[in-house]
Ligand binder design. Structure first.
Ligand SMILES: [Zn+2]
Length: 111
């Protein structure tokens, strides 16, 4: 009659909880980035996260790269090019002539 109490007191099945809790200090990588103004920023990334090529410098907003001696060039001041500007740049005079010649050929029934 006393043996039943002994089993109940040991709480069989409530095993140690330590295993699942250990993940709280997941490994993180601290990566240094340098901007063109030589500011260093060291964001940390989860070990399985993809490290970006560039990181925006929190101090000046320039793009920062992982190569301290070759930081990415700040390109923020570059004027934004419209689609039309790209088209104009691409379509040279030679292209225009070729298009014209093709149109003329079509008119003559050569194509
Ligand atoms: Zn900076």
């Amino acid at each position: 009659m006393a043996s039943g109490n002994a089993i109940r007191g040991s709480r069989v099945g409530a095993g140690p909880m330590g295993e699942a809790e250990r993940g709280e200090s997941a490994p993180r990588n601290r990566i240094s980035f340098w901007c063109a103004n030589k500011h260093e920023t060291r964001p940390s990334f989860a070990a399985e996260a993809a490290i970006p090529d560039t990181w925006d410098c929190p101090r000046c907003g320039f793009p920062a790269g992982q190569d301290q001696h070759n930081p990415p060039a700040p390109s923020r001041n570059e004027p934004y090019k419209t689609h039309l500007a790209y088209v104009r740049e691409r379509r040279t005079d030679a292209d225009g002539e070729a298009i014209l010649a093709e149109a003329l050929a079509k008119l003559r029934g050569e194509i």
